[in-house]
Design a protein around this ligand. Structure first.
Ligand SMILES: *[C@@H]1O[C@H](CO)[C@@H](O)[C@H](O)[C@H]1NC(C)=O
Ligand SMILES: *[C@@H]1O[C@H](CO)[C@@H](O)[C@H](O)[C@H]1NC(C)=O
Length: 549
């Protein structure tokens, strides 16, 4: 049958149009490939046209013959953002797992050192001093419990804790050594006041006071650093991506499918520009993140040597045994001084008649353990690997998740067609995205949730640097919520801040830690009461946007 003139003309016109677009086959090309991709995501196949349609309706993908309707485009755009968010969460989870494994290993190790030290001491405690259930044993148990809590971030003034411990120990031992007649409180108080001058416990209290706080601070700061690092990762990877990011990732990942260019993988530079735009705020963590990891690596220097965390945590029992032995040696001298300086008529401790034989404690000094050295060298290697985490994310996600092409050549997807990607690759961070060709980024609006985490990194770095110098840096007003019991819940920021500043607060417990690690479930705490940076410190950050305008 001969073609009628009008139909013939239509065919020619269609062919010409197709040629003009440089893709003669496009009109007749089926949409089988897109159906497969689209259906695999759980979307209804009835959305997908049978064959390519004209693409004037497209709002994200380049217009031209397409297999995507506007509804498909929107669904895929939404999906592409959630897929990127999921990939981000995955990357974060891997790092969090590493950090929390480190935290557990170190926490376990430090606790174990203290536990073993305590076991040695309790086992050596002679029956004459009350044995493992006596008052002396209880005082020692309390001290070890405090040291363990301190390592886990409890708000203790270690110097005060030690001073109280010596006073209590003196009282209990002295009662034990002078059972008859019962000693009055006054006399014991009086003796307590003179204990230091009389050097009742020998050199041990001084040695312990000089070394323990520094060593324990270092151990604690390192643990806290691991906790904060993991927590910052956890929070930052949950920050939702901007809507502009959906469009850019859609074009990057799915528009080639819509155009019927299967197998065109995104050009590497193109992919990096999209992700540098989408993750601009995250990349701004870089400087403070590196500072934190550097300070953490540095503080492990304080684990070694005679005053290092390893020997101090593992050797507390040696000082305590020395102290108890010294007191036994000084028993008669102390009794004499008590009579001389403190005695009231009814309560003079008389030197017992029987021959006094001190019951010395013999405790083994444990050799320094190689286990900690191994832990530290592993941790340092992992911290080194994690240094580039934030600025490395775009590259890592492009190659691992978005199947970017290994090279920029004529065959990769450049956002318009198959072909080389020409724009330059942007730098890292928000300020560098001003001319990002792929993602419209408002560089005057830093993400406040991420700024807050940058502040957390700064605070922790400051603590670590303080601990390196033996100082318990109390930076709480700058950013700790201090709401160990969840008191920060539901109160207006400003009111909480004011209430917090009015009363002298105890040091906040470790707010960034893992479940079950801090004495008050740091995880729950930190999730409930978000750290509120002090207004004075937050102010410069709030002012940043307008300065950049
Ligand atoms: C895509 O996301 C936007 C905003 O998140 C929402 O309003 C819209 O309904 C979503 N569209 C589809 C097709 O799911
Ligand atoms: C250390 O001792 C405490 C209390 O005795 C105990 O709860 C804890 O599980 C022990 N930790 C380790 C690591 O042995």
């Amino acid at each position: 049958m001969a073609l009628g003139a009008p139909s013939w003309w239509l065919l020619v016109a269609a062919a010409l149009t197709a040629c003009a677009r440089g893709d003669p086959a496009s009109k007749s090309r089926s949409c089988a490939e897109v159906r497969q991709v689209y259906g695999a995501k759980g979307f209804s196949l009835s959305d997908v046209p049978q064959a390519q349609i004209s693409g004037e309706h497209l709002r994200i993908c380049p217009q031209g013959y397409t297999c995507c309707t506007s509804q498909m485009e929107e669904k895929l755009a939404n999906r592409s953002r959630s897929e990127l968010e999921a990939a981000l969460l995955d990357s974060g989870r891997a790092l969090q797992t590493t950090l929390s494994a480190q935290l557990r290993a170190f926490d376990d190790h430090f606790q174990q050192l203290l536990n073993e030290s305590e076991r040695e001491l309790q086992a050596a405690l002679p029956v004459a001093l009350g044995g493992p259930d006596g008052p002396t044993a209880r005082a020692l148990r309390d001290l070890y419990a405090d040291l363990r809590r301190f390592c886990r971030g409890a708000s203790l003034q270690l110097e005060d804790t030690l001073a109280e411990f010596w006073a209590r120990l003196l009282e209990r031992l002295f009662r034990q050594l002078h059972p008859q007649p019962p000693l009055s409180e006054d006399l014991l108080d009086c003796l307590g006041r003179q204990a230091e001058a009389l050097r009742a416990f020998g050199d041990a209290p001084r040695e312990l006071r000089l070394r323990a706080p520094r060593a324990l601070l270092a151990a604690r700061a390192f643990l806290q650093g691991l906790g904060v690092a993991g927590d910052v990762v956890r929070r930052v990877v949950q920050v939702p991506l901007a809507p502009e990011c959906s469009r850019a990732v859609m074009k990057l990942v799915y528009c080639a499918h819509c155009l019927g260019l299967p197998g065109a993988r995104p050009c590497p530079g193109y992919c990096r520009n999209v992700l540098k735009g989408c993750l601009a705020n995250q990349a701004d963590l870089d400087a403070e993140w590196r500072n934190l990891l550097d300070s953490m690596a540095l503080i492990t220097d304080k684990f070694w040597g005679p005053a290092g965390a390893a020997s101090v945590l593992g050797g507390v029992h040696v000082w305590l045994a020395e102290a108890i032995n010294a007191l036994q040696d000084n028993r008669d001298l102390l009794a004499a001084k008590a009579v001389q300086n403190c005695a009231t008529p009814h309560t003079s401790p008389q030197s017992p008649e029987e021959k006094w034989r001190p019951d010395k404690l013999l405790v083994p000094e444990r050799p320094p353990v190689g286990a900690l050295e191994k832990l530290v060298s592993e941790a340092k290697a992992q911290l080194r690997d994690a240094q580039d985490f934030w600025v490395g994310l775009p590259g890592a996600l492009c190659s691992e998740r978005l199947a970017a092409s290994p090279a920029s050549d004529e065959r990769c997807w450049n956002g318009q067609a198959k072909g080389r990607y020409l724009p330059e690759v942007m730098g890292d961070g928000l300020a560098s995205q001003i001319n990002n060709p792929e993602v419209e980024v408002d560089i005057t609006k830093p993400d406040m949730a991420i700024r807050q985490q940058i502040m957390q990194l700064k605070i922790m770095t400051n603590r670590l640097r303080g601990a390196y110098n033996g100082e318990d840096v109390d930076f709480q007003d700058a950013g700790e919520d201090g709401s160990g019991s969840g008191s920060g819940e539901g109160c207006v920021e400003e009111a909480c801040g004011r209430a917090g500043r009015k009363s002298p607060r105890p040091r906040p417990p470790l707010t960034h830690t893992l479940p079950g690690l801090s004495e008050q479930e740091g995880h729950k705490t930190s999730a409930a009461g978000r750290p509120q940076p002090h207004a004075a410190l937050l102010l410069p950050l709030l002012l940043l946007p307008s300065r950049w305008r």
